[in-house]
Write a new protein. Structure first.
Ligand code: SAH
Ligand code: DHB
Ligand code: MG
Length: 218
């Protein structure tokens, strides 16, 4: 089984069942044209974030790691009227592109982009949030989880992206700071009595990776 097959199936699923709307497609194209790295979630994963938001009837979302706002639009599209989303981005250039993409998607009023290193801006963020999506620099994942818990309420859903990294997460000798960061965040999820968690491996257009999903006990 190869990356080529995973990508073909991802495309088949995204064309058939995901049905991204034109603003989402436009955000992808604008991000690519601006030279942003293609590290946004896949359409299938974006739709999963959208469905989780709707299943949970989340009204307030925190995202850590905006890039061009691709995942932000999938999440924001799932909010009910009056819902809100705060997204944190270190790079002003990424935030500027995201702002354009979000405005085009009609989410300019719904989404607040907070520019700066997340560990510096998080202390000023006010919760509680119904759903938190952690997708910024991987070495700081456990720190972001601690903030997510501080900004959570019973029932809050937490999603952590990129916890598999082609399987390297299960190798304790892997010294890559991103891999070590993912291991640390998984250990923190496991050790936190307020959380119930799982993690899933995924293959697709983004290769072999996965995400963790947790809920704060009611
Ligand atoms: N969630 C996006 C992808 C985010 S990529 C999507 O799926 O569409 C990760 C982003 O996190 C990048 O834009 C990067 O600039 C940002 N980032 C990296 N370190 C950060 C930090 N310390 N604080 C805030 N954002 C950071
Ligand atoms: C990277 C970051 C991501 O959030 C992602 O989904 C894939 C790759 C990266 O930094 O390489
Ligand atoms: Mg990611």
């Amino acid at each position: 089984m190869s990356n080529e097959t995973w990508t073909a199936v991802d495309r088949y699923f995204s064309d058939l069942v995901v049905q991204a709307d034109p603003a989402i497609e436009a955000a992808m194209e604008a991000s690519e044209a601006a030279g942003l790295p293609a590290i946004n979630v896949s359409p299938c994963m974006g739709k999963l974030l959208n469905l989780l938001t709707r299943l949970h009837r989340a009204r307030n979302i925190l995202e850590i790691g905006t890039l061009g706002g691709y995942s932000t639009i999938w999440l924001g599209r799932a909010l009910p009227p009056g819902g809100s989303l705060v997204t944190l981005e270190r790079e002003p250039r990424h935030a500027a592109i995201a702002r354009e993409n979000l405005a085009r998607a009609g989410l300019g009023e719904t989404v607040e982009i907070v520019v700066g290193p997340a560990l510096e801006t998080l202390p000023g963020v006010e919760g509680p949030f119904d759903l938190v999506f952690i997708d910024a620099d991987k070495p700081a994942g456990a720190d972001y989880l601690a903030h997510a818990l501080r900004l959570a309420r019973p029932g809050t859903v937490i999603v952590v992206d990129n916890v598999v990294r082609s399987g390297r997460v299960a190798d304790p000798d892997d010294t890559d700071p991103a891999v070590a960061g993912s291991r640390r965040v998984l250990h923190a999820l496991a050790a936190e009595p307020r959380l119930s968690a799982t993690a899933l491996q995924t293959v697709g257009s983004k290769g072999y990776d996965g995400f963790a999903l947790a809920v704060v006990q009611e």
